[in-house]
Design a protein around this ligand. Structure first.
Ligand code: PMP
Length: 448
């Protein structure tokens, strides 16, 4: 083979070439099938190769694919903005379209800062995030991310934004238990605000369910209500990063709907286009836009491809599909079925320390000792060993942080929301085999 040209995630790793996808399966050029139990990067929410989306794509392409947003608007972009506002918690949102989740969170940050500037509050320009969080790979998004591994190389270039405790009950940062903790993790936000001064803080950002930085970590009941109440009391905007949770993934169209909280800004990505095109959005509540409408009347953000009609038409078709096929309902019922099955296999495999998640955003956390919740040393690379083993068997699962910043080794199981019971059974069987084989190897290694 000649020299390579495409930069892949791991440069010396041999990646199979995928030929096509259908439903929850991908097929490589050797004809091997992969059950996509991670929806790629928790993206392909409606499954692969859906004809309705291909039709919508062709139809829009036959009209016009691109117009520049400084010159024209388009019907698909207008319709998509309205539909998202209708679906989002409490309604009354504006939409700003971008191309990736990172841009969506970074744009949310910029709009939050601009909101305060328009009100003459020039000092409010820090964003608080949480340890064990991931909001994206661009510099602004990374500045707000508590993901040690992804930040490490760029630390000198990042804003030194404050971070507060994660709402991680399995390993409570305050060594409390959920029944009696009175939400100390939410209070940690108030402590930070008092230390830094609300006059310096524009926004607080959090994922409704933590994804890549911890593995489907669901907060304790009431956490986000308390967070929102603290944000309002100190005049701090609340940004919900719904890039992974948005569009039915957790069993509601938006993850925040489980919490009964209306965020001031929402970042969407991944499931919004379900992988059919690069598309993401920042939703902004009316009251956040109000001073901008009265002031400079323009948002200082955006990209060449923002709000292009092709991506908007595709995302609109994805939303229609999700609503027509009641995929939020499927995420709830199939999520409950899959969670119960994962709990069953966990009973018999000692290295599974925790099984958790919401809807079809689920995760398993691995431990050396279940009683003490001892993490594996990072050098053991447990997360990647399990992922590789599953991959060999034709099962795709997604890595969470993996013992890098207070999080243990974990994998995310998040198949397309169209998965059937029979496909869940197949998924669980393959996953159980993969985990058992790694667990057996570990036993042999420790004995040898
Ligand atoms: N926020 C969250 C919660 C995410 O999970 C991700 C992607 N894993 C991002 C932001 C960044 O999205 P993208 O990779 O599309 O830039």
């Amino acid at each position: 083979m000649g020299r390579e040209h495409l930069i892949k995630p791991v440069l010396d790793h041999p990646y199979p070439t995928i030929q096509y996808g259908k439903g929850v399966f991908l097929y490589d050029e050797q004809g091997k099938a992969y059950l996509d139990a991670s929806s790629g990067a928790v993206t392909a929410g409606i499954g692969h190769g859906v004809q309705d989306i291909i039709d919508a794509m062709m139809e829009q392409a036959s009209k016009v694919s691109f117009v520049y947003r400084s010159q024209f608007t388009s019907e698909p972009a207008e319709k998509l903005a309205k539909k998202l506002s209708d679906l989002a918690p409490g309604g009354d949102y504006w939409a700003f379209f971008v191309n990736s989740g990172s841009e969506a969170t970074e744009t949310a940050m910029k709009i939050a800062i601009q909101h305060w500037q328009e009100k003459g509050r020039l000092g409010k320009n820090k964003v608080i995030s949480r340890r064990m969080s991931y909001h994206g790979i661009t510099m602004g998004a990374l500045s707000m991310s508590g993901h040690v591994l992804r930040r490490r190389r760029f630390i000198p270039l990042l804003e030194d934004f404050p971070v507060v405790a994660p709402a991680y009950c399995y390993r409570c940062p305050f060594k409390m238990n959920a029944a009696s903790c009175k939400l100390a993790c939410a209070d940690d936000l108030e402590t930070a605000i008092k230390r830094i001064g609300a006059e310096h803080i524009a926004a607080f950002i959090a994922e409704p369910v933590v994804g890549a930085a911890g593995g489907a970590i669901v907060p304790p009941a009431g956490y986000f209500k308390k967070i929102k109440e603290i944000c309002e009391r100190y005049e701090i905007l609340f940004i919900a990063d719904e890039v992974m949770t948005g569009i039915a993934r957790t069993g509601e169209m938006f993850g925040m709907q489980h919490e009964g909280v209306e965020p001031d800004l929402i970042a969407l990505g991944k499931g919004l286009s379900a992988g059919y095109t690069p598309m993401a959005a920042t939703l902004v509540k009316d009251h956040v836009m109000a001073p901008i409408l009265q002031g400079s009347k323009s948002i200082m953000a955006g990209h060449t491809y923002s709000a292009n009609p092709q991506s908007a038409a595709i995302s609109l078709a994805v939303l229609d599909y999700a609503l027509k096929h009641q995929l939020a309902q499927s995420a709830r019922s199939m999520g409950a079925y899959l969670l119960a099955k994962l709990r069953q296999i966990a009973d018999g495999i000692e290295i599974i320390g925790d099984v958790r998640g919401r809807g079809l955003l689920l995760a398993l956390e691995f431990v050396q000792d279940r009683d003490y919740k001892t993490m594996f040393p990072p050098v053991e690379g447990i997360t990647s060993r399990i992922i590789d083993k599953a991959f060999q068997k034709g099962l795709l699962v997604y890595p969470a942080a993996g013992a890098v910043d207070g999080a243990g080794d974990a994998i995310i199981v998040a198949p397309p929301l169209v998965i059937t019971e029979a496909e869940v059974d197949q998924l669980v069987q393959l996953l159980e085999e993969a985990i058992r084989e790694v667990a057996d190897e570990l036993t042999r290694e420790s004995e040898g």
